[in-house]
Design a protein around this ligand. Structure first.
Ligand code: FE2
Ligand code: FE2
Length: 221
């Protein structure tokens, strides 16, 4: 699949335009402008998903699309769409300071704050710094930073600062996990033979490819 990263960048900006809170809306534009070069050059990870130039931006776009889709599937869900979109668009912004720009021998930047403290901390730190320039209720500011700091939903090496305490961030976490799991799968499942095991990204175990003789016909509904 050929990805036009400028188009994807514009799609992200388009999502931000639906945000009603003027500060949050402006903040996305400012941060995206400041971090554009990094977003369109860095991978999302070095080995588990979106390991290509601009993979970070493409992953962020996909997570936002997934999160909006989840909300649309539950139209009576009264979540704050401003926070869902804002949090999705910035959930991995900390990774901008995590990896070198994409090359074949890409690796973590040794000694970088994100390499030492993790992208949840780095992202929360970036967003909090930008927010400090605006006159905004302190508790609401904490909720906004919480979107970034808790999006990984678990304590682990790459995990969250705190576990999610808002439904909006639970939605972002589901959207994030779907994308991180499915993106590496498409090439692995297509090269596996019927009934064969194939391994994808960070999945906990390999999966079997279907033996259904009608498999090829069943792919599209
Ligand atoms: Fe993340
Ligand atoms: Fe992510």
């Amino acid at each position: 699949m050929k990805i036009n990263l400028n188009d994807i960048y514009n799609q992200c900006i388009k999502y931000s335009e639906s945000i009603k809170n003027p500060i949050l809306k402006e903040l996305i534009k400012v941060i995206y402008k400041d971090y554009k070069e990094k977003l369109i050059n860095k991978p999302a990870t070095t080995e588990s998903h979106h390991c290509f130039k601009g993979g970070l931006l493409y992953h962020i776009y996909s997570v936002t699309r997934n999160a909006v889709t989840i909300c649309n599937l539950y139209p009576d869900l009264e979540v704050d769409m401003d926070l869902v979109i804002f949090g999705s668009l910035l959930h991995d912004i900390g990774k901008c300071n995590d990896f070198k720009d994409f090359t074949n021998d890409d690796d973590l930047v040794n000694g970088n704050s994100s390499a030492l403290l993790g992208h949840s901390y780095e992202g929360a730190h970036i967003v909090e710094n930008y927010l400090s320039k605006y006159d905004i209720d302190e508790q609401f500011k904490n909720q906004i930073v919480h979107m970034i700091g808790s999006h990984m939903n678990e304590y682990s090496e790459w995990g969250a600062l705190v576990l999610p305490k808002m439904l909006e961030v639970v939605i972002i976490n589901f959207a994030d996990n779907i994308d991180a799991h499915m993106e590496p799968a498409h090439k692995d499942i297509s090269t596996a033979k019927s009934g064969e095991l194939y391994k994808i990204g960070n999945a906990p175990r390999p999966y079997y490819k279907s033996l259904n003789p009608y498999y090829n016909l069943s792919k599209s509904l």
